[in-house]
Design a protein around this ligand. Structure first.
Ligand code: GAR
Length: 206
């Protein structure tokens, strides 16, 4: 592995299809990065199996063995430091990161969310969109700050919402776009094509 390779950590909780998209784009040499570690807060996450299949190191950090979220986050920070991570990608990671993690890795944590933020943050974003009756939704890659899905927006893709849609069909249409958008955002950061100024992210199109 080249010494200056861009090192990623991916944090997961479940299915791991976005993790798979990142793995695939590295495998296909679209993304020049090394996926150093996949960390899960759930033991049986399918994401862990996907990573293991590709020979990627995985760690399950068990929340039940820590007194509280603060202690959990301390363990998480230690692990991430151990691997000298350049960028932390949340991919369906269903824990809110505490201040210690956010501050230690300032501007180095990104997340993908299945709505056009700031609309419909939090859980069940696709259901929120259907219930609200919007005609367009989509997905957002953003820097992570201490709020829920509230950090500076890096990239977004718009997805139409049809009259016939339910949560499942909309989720599927959005997820297909997530799999393009997330590796693209990571690539832009890795290639130093992203500038963050306050809440505003500017980028050179690639
Ligand atoms: C994705 O749709 C992702 O956008 C969403 O969870 C799903 C994870 O799927 N994340 C959030 O809602 C974060 N607020 P995956 O495990 O197959 O990548």
């Amino acid at each position: 592995m080249p010494l200056n390779i861009f090192k990623l950590a991916v944090l997961v909780s479940g299915r791991g299809s976005n993790l798979q998209a990142i793995i695939d784009s590295i495998d296909q040499e679209e993304l020049d990065a090394h996926l150093s570690i996949v960390i899960s807060n759930t033991k049986d996450a399918m994401a862990l199996k996907r990573a293991e299949k590709h020979g990627i190191k995985t760690i399950f950090i068990d929340p039940s063995t820590y007194l509280n979220s603060k202690e959990y986050d301390k363990a998480l920070v230690l692990k991430l430091k151990e691997f000298s991570i350049d960028l932390i990608c949340l991919a369906g990671y269903m824990r809110v990161l505490g201040e210690e993690v956010i501050q230690t890795f300032e501007k180095k944590i990104i997340n993908i969310h299945p709505s056009l933020l700031p609309a419909f943050p939090g859980l069940n974003a696709q259901k929120q969109a259907i219930n609200h009756g919007v005609k367009f939704s989509g997905c957002t890659v953003h820097f992570v700050d201490s709020g829920v899905d509230s950090g500076p927006i890096i990239l977004q893709t718009v997805v139409p919402v049809y009259d016939s849609d339910d949560e499942k069909s909309l989720s599927k249409r959005i997820l297909e776009q997530e799999h393009y958008l997330y590796p693209k955002a990571i690539k832009m950061i890795q290639e130093n094509k992203i500038r963050l100024n306050g809440r505003t992210v500017t980028s050179k199109i690639i």
